[in-house]
Design a protein around this ligand. Sequence first.
Ligand code: NAD
Length: 434
Amino acid sequence: MNITVIGTGYVGLVSGICYAELGHTVVCVDKDSSKITALRSGLIPIYEPGLEELSARNTAAGRLRFTGDLKEAVRGTDLVVIAVGTPPLPSGEADLSYIDGAADEIADALDGYAIVAVKSTVPVGTNERVRDRIRSRTDMPFDSVSLPEFLREGSAVRDTLKPDRIVIGSDSRAAAEKVAQLHKPLTDRIMITDIRSAEMLKYASNAFLATKISFINEIANICEKVGADVTQVAEGMGYDRRIGPAFLKAGIGYGGSCFPKDTRALIQIAGHVEYDFKLLSSVVEVNRDQRLRMVQKLETIFGGDLSGKTVAVWGLAFKPETDDVREAPALEIMRNLIARGVKVKAYDPIALPNFRGLFGESGVVWCDHAMEAAAGADALCLLTEWEEFARADLQQLQSTMKQPVLIDGRNVFKEEDLAGTEFVYYSIGRPSLN
Ligand code: NAD
């Protein structure tokens, strides 16, 4: 197939490169010329393990190229995949301006029949809106397909090449079958459904995963009060096949470019049809509070006054193995610490430049090494469970800090790791050690 992918972000770039890996001829388009320049010279603008090699291999094989010229890229194509961003508006609704823009450009570029698939996460009804927009601008024949994406940053290549399922929503059986054929080499679990169910299914999946996270975080908060250990509780729950172990890790809450925006968007989608999604509203509220519990724990340790304290922050990305910092818990936690007069020293192995760009300077000391951030600190907050932190030498850490106070927001360390140190250790939903 000739495939055009619009948007070279986390979704578009990975999808495009993986379609090329399957042997198709792929053109990836982005209106951000700096991304196209980087991609053309073999540089991958995002951190995603395995992507660079795959891109190089397929570019060399002549199956993959990058351009800023959408019109040229759409000419003669069989399938156009829209993978542009749908960021949140202040109301929580998805901003569809990039989708609309892409639809108009596609309409103006179509020179023959093509399937137009929307991979971006979009509210119910958006595929129909895209179809109507294109139809209003061109007489060229085309079919619409909703193709929601479920990849996770950090394991996006693996998730794309070995997905749990592919969901295809369309009112054209022939178009759906063609898109199914494209994904056949990846999985046998291909579900063809109607457009609105496909759109809804994506939001429902993310909302459910977010619910699991907020649920276990509330269980963790109760565990702290009743003297139970949430890691034991979650392990025992996870053995139940009706529950499963995934997404039962207590911590400082979910972040990233999907769960926060998709939960809020689904609340809005429900609101538009006069349905009050009470459960999901609570999930969002619990998640917001969970981040602030880190700050409250520090306040408890330091008798309510954090001004003048130095706090080291390890981990800025919203999760390990990504440089994505959109809606990372570290943003809110650090803003709160600074507002309380704390001097923050921050380190992340990969995401620091992106985080710094988003956060602004605000007097934070940005550090190149974990131990440099910890040096002279009154407390250390671990916010992202990068492998590097789990392997840290805790004796060395203790000796470099001013006070051995460790708040482990991701339950990385076990009691035995701390043996022989004098750390005052707080984690999430587990007994504190001091
Ligand atoms: P992103 O912000 O990383 O990338 C979007 C890209 O689209 C940008 O590079 C932008 O310049 C480009 N773009 C916008 N309008 C364009 C146009 N008219 N022509 C060409 N390029 C254009 O976004 P992302 O994280 O890849 O997410 C894309 C969509 O996929 C969103 O709807 C998101 O919710 C969904 N999604 C994301 C993930 C994830 O883990 N990031 C997972 C599943 C679904």
